[in-house]
Ligand binder design. Structure first.
Ligand code: WQD
Length: 325
């Protein structure tokens, strides 16, 4: 099977490339604009093409690449992912995330490549009523990032109807951890990288909100190890290959277990040698109190379940602080 991986120089995309190679899938091509991706995350043996998918001018080059490499499946990670930035720069997020998906689909149709696994997000659900989220929970994104992921999913559905695309959209809950310092997440906006950054700097963590209707008043999320997430994409490949019907299916990717911010803090504090102090601060706008995935559908259909525990995730965050760029 020949794979094209967009965003393969990114935190999650590079973990997928690593998992695919471990699984014996050697014929991999990476496309990345290196705006946030790092060349050092891509193994030397894997061809890396520096292409900005959000530019319409990338379509001819992408079409030729898909044809020349005889690509069977596209795994599409390339996107901007910082929710706060998307609120400030909505046009940039729509151009980057929706534009890249539309350009990619245009090139795939021209090159007769009709299989995709897509990196979507729990952000498509917005602030659901219930704390446990199912795939048929109404999608009502509350920020441009979540909207861009939902519109991208709709683009896949349109392509399935119009020209037979077979796609799986994986709706990530809270991804964290790393398999190595080389591949670790270099951003510091999400909770776990923020904690790692605070520990490194000997600073204090700001806990956003302590008056939610949860076990201890702080927000509950479903944290999934990035290696498990990468393997979920491998589990999705058979669902988009030649003998599968043309359609788009969405699956939640999480553990099914929720952890509050203070439970995560305690998990870090339990790690030998770690000291972590925090301040209880006002809520962060747009944060739902609790979000946990129901992950029964992906287990039934694709045979995937998460394997790593919360403690495994925390240990990997502490053990594998990202290399300095
Ligand atoms: C988690 C909790 C914060 C930092 C993320 C991505 C989104 C999607 C889902 C991929 C919240 C609290 C955080 C800090 C804190 N993933 N927090 N202090 O908002 O659930 O969404 O995962 O598509 O793109 O953004 O994740 O890690 O930002 O926040 O108290 O310094 O940690 O308030 O309750 P979030 P997060």
């Amino acid at each position: 099977m020949r794979l094209l991986v967009t965003g393969g120089a990114g935190y999650i995309g590079s973990h997928f490339v690593s998992a695919a190679r471990r699984r014996g899938l050697e014929d991999i091509t990476v496309v990345d604009d290196l705006s946030t991706g790092l060349r050092r995350r891509v193994p030397a043996e894997v061809p890396l093409h520096e292409i900005d998918l959000s530019r319409d001018s990338s379509v001819p080059e992408l079409t030729a690449l898909l044809r020349d490499r005889g690509i069977d499946v596209v795994v599409h990670f390339a996107a901007k992912k910082v929710v706060g930035d998307s609120v400030v720069q909505p046009e940039e997020y729509f151009r980057a995330n929706i534009g890249s998906t539309v350009n990619l689909l245009t090139a795939m149709r021209a090159a007769d490549v009709d299989s995709m696994v897509f990196s979507s997000s729990a952000a498509v659900y917005g602030e659901p009523e219930a704390t446990v989220v199912y795939e048929d929970t109404p999608t009502a994104p509350i920020n441009p990032y979540g909207q861009s992921k939902l519109v991208s999913e709709l683009s896949l559905e349109n392509a399935a109807r119009a020209w037979g695309l077979r796609a799986v959209a994986l709706r990530y809950f809270n991804v964290a951890g790393a398999e190595s310092a080389q591949l670790a997440d270099t951003t510091t906006t999400n909770l776990m990288p923020a904690i790692r950054d605070v520990i490194t700097r000997g600073d204090r963590l700001s806990v956003f909100g302590s008056d939610y209707d949860t076990v201890d008043g702080t927000c509950v999320r479903d944290y999934v190890h990035v290696v498990d997430l990468a393997e979920a994409h491998l589990a999705a490949l058979p669902a988009v290959t030649r003998d599968a019907p043309a359609r788009t299916l969405a699956y939640n990717v999480g553990t099914g277990q929720g952890s509050s911010v203070l439970e995560i803090v305690e998990a870090f504090r339990s790690y030998p040698g770690i000291t972590l102090d925090y301040d209880l601060c006002p809520r962060r706008p747009g944060d739902p109190g609790a979000l946990t995935a129901d992950v029964s559908r992906i287990a039934e259909d694709l045979g995937w379940t998460s394997r790593h525990s919360r403690e495994d995730i925390v240990a990997s965050v502490v053990d594998f602080a990202p290399l300095a760029d």
